[in-house]
Design a protein around this ligand. Structure first.
Ligand SMILES: Cc1cc2nc3c(=O)[nH]c(=O)nc-3n(C[C@H](O)[C@H](O)[C@H](O)COP(=O)(O)O)c2cc1C
Length: 176
């Protein structure tokens, strides 16, 4: 798939068929994550890849909107240093947001669906993933081949109109 095609085809996929992800494909998705830019190139991230069905079912319990994790072929846990400093947290989250999109686009490029999940129960996530106290699980990215329809470019995405969000040169009030 071309980059432009992958950008237009990516959507949150929350139901997956039984097909496993080839190890080489999973590695490519992880490599896309590794190449993500970060603030001052701090790379304050670690990734825990889970493919064991029993572990995935447990992991789905960390947040009430993470049910799709249970049936994923693999889920990548995005881990960051635990910090109370709001500035530090902001840059870690910005970096991980970028990483999320890199993972998702690399997956879409391979025809693999992906779905975000937040993490509500940090203690549970730490226990399931074996994280040390100085790390927290910021996000989960579930992966798997879509069980509904394959990934193809979405002609009319559910997004605000371009002319609504783009202000050329100066802010202009528009419809919202
Ligand atoms: C920061 C963030 C957190 C999200 N958390 C969840 C989540 O916990 N569970 C979920 O099912 N989707 C989650 N999503 C997915 C969004 O609901 C989804 O991206 C949005 O509705 C747009 O749909 P699309 O990704 O299919 O274009 C999250 C997305 C972002 C960016």
């Amino acid at each position: 798939m071309e980059t432009w095609e992958a950008i237009r085809a990516r959507r949150n996929v929350r139901s997956y068929d039984d097909r496993p992800i080839e190890p080489a494909d999973l590695d490519r998705i992880l490599e896309a994550g590794r190449r993500t830019p970060s603030s001052t190139n701090q790379q304050g991230w670690d990734l825990v890849v889970c493919t064991d069905p029993a572990q995935l079912r447990e992991l789905a319990g960390v947040w009430r909107f993470a049910a799709h994790v249970a049936d994923s072929a693999a889920t990548i846990a995005l881990v960051m240093p635990a910090s109370d400093d709001p500035d530090e947290r902001e840059t870690y989250h910005y970096d991980l947001g970028q990483m999320t999109m890199s993972l998702m686009l690399a997956a879409a490029d391979l025809g693999i669906g992906s779905g975000h999940a937040s993490v509500g129960d940090q203690d549970l996530a730490r226990r399931i993933l074996g994280l040390p106290e100085d790390r927290e699980c910021a996000w989960l990215v579930a992966l798997g081949y879509p069980s509904d329809r394959s990934l193809t470019a979405i002609a009319r995405p559910d997004r605000r109109a371009l002319e609504d969000i783009v202000h050329r040169g100066r802010w202009t009030a528009g419809p919202r």
